[in-house]
Design a protein around this ligand. Sequence first.
Ligand SMILES: C[C@](O)(C(=O)O)[C@H](CC(=O)O)C(=O)O
Ligand SMILES: [Mg+2]
Length: 301
Amino acid sequence: MSSSNLKPRSPGALFREALKTEQPLQIIGAINANHALLAKRAGYRAIYLSGGGVAAGSLGLPDLGINTLDDVLTDVRRITDVCDVPLMVDIDTGFGPSAFNIARTIKSLIKFGAAACHIEDQVGAKRCGHRPGKEIVTTREMADRVKAAVDARTDSDFFIVARTDAIAVDGVDAALERALACVEAGADAIFAEASYDLATYQRFTQALNVPVLANITEFGQTPLFSVPELASAGVGMVLYPLSAFRAMNKAAETVYTAIRRDGHQKQVIDMMQTREELYDRIGYHEFESRLDALFQQGKAK
Ligand SMILES: C[C@](O)(C(=O)O)[C@H](CC(=O)O)C(=O)O
Ligand SMILES: [Mg+2]
C-alpha cells in the first residue's frame, strides 16, 4: 500500500464517494447529534443539517435568515464530533454580505468537519423556499457567491451545492439560466428549490452536467416523489431536511399534552424510546465500561 492510501479521507471525499455509490443519494436531515447517530444506524450514507431546523429546533425561531454562522457551526460540531457520516450543511445565503464572509463560512465548515453545503440565491432577508414572497439577488451576484465559496475551499473535495430559488420567482427558464451560471462559477451540484413536477427536474438534469438535488420536504410546493420517480428524472440527490424533526415535534406535543392532562405517562409510554434503547444508540455501556476500566487503573496506583 502506498503511503497516500493511508491518508484518511476527508468528509468531502466521503460525500463524493457516497454520491458515486448510491444513485440517487438519499440525504437525511438530522437535527442534532443524537439523530445523526440514528440516521447512521438506519443506513444513510449522507446526513443534513437544515437551516430551518437550526432556526426552529436550536433557536425556536422561524427560517427567515436569523441564524448566524456560529449558531450553525455549534450544531455542525456537535454532529461531526460523534458521527462520521458525511454531513451537508444549509448555509442559507452564505452569511455574507461579502465574498470575505462567504470564504470564512466555507473555511469554518471544513474545520468543523462538514462535507458539503448549499448556498442559495435569495436576498439576505430570506424566507423558507416553500413560502410566498421570496426575493432573489441577480444572477451575477449569485455566481459571485458561488465563486467566493469555491475559491475558499481548503479541501478541494468539500462539495458545494448552489441552490436557486428562482423557479418560484422568475420561472423555470430563468432558474435554469442561473443554474448554468452557478455551474460555470464552479458549483459541484444544483439544488432546484421548490420544483413542482418531475418534468422540471428532468429539464435541469438534461441541461446540466452536474448532479441535481431534489428537496422532498413535506407540506411544501414539491410533491413527495419517491426515489424511483426521481431517479427516472435523472435526479442525483434526494433531500429530506426535516422529516424526523417534524415527527419528533409531534411526538413531544403528544407527550406534553398527555402528561399534563392525565397526570401520568401511561397513555404515551409505548411511543417512548426505552432507557435501554437510548443507551444502545449512544453507546452508553461502552462509555461506562471504559470509565470503569479507567477507575480501576486509578485505584491500582
Ligand atoms: C431545505 C430548507 O432550506 C431547510 O432549511 O431545511 C427548507 C426546508 C423546509 O422549510 O421545508 C427550505 O426548503 O427552504
Ligand atoms: Mg434552509
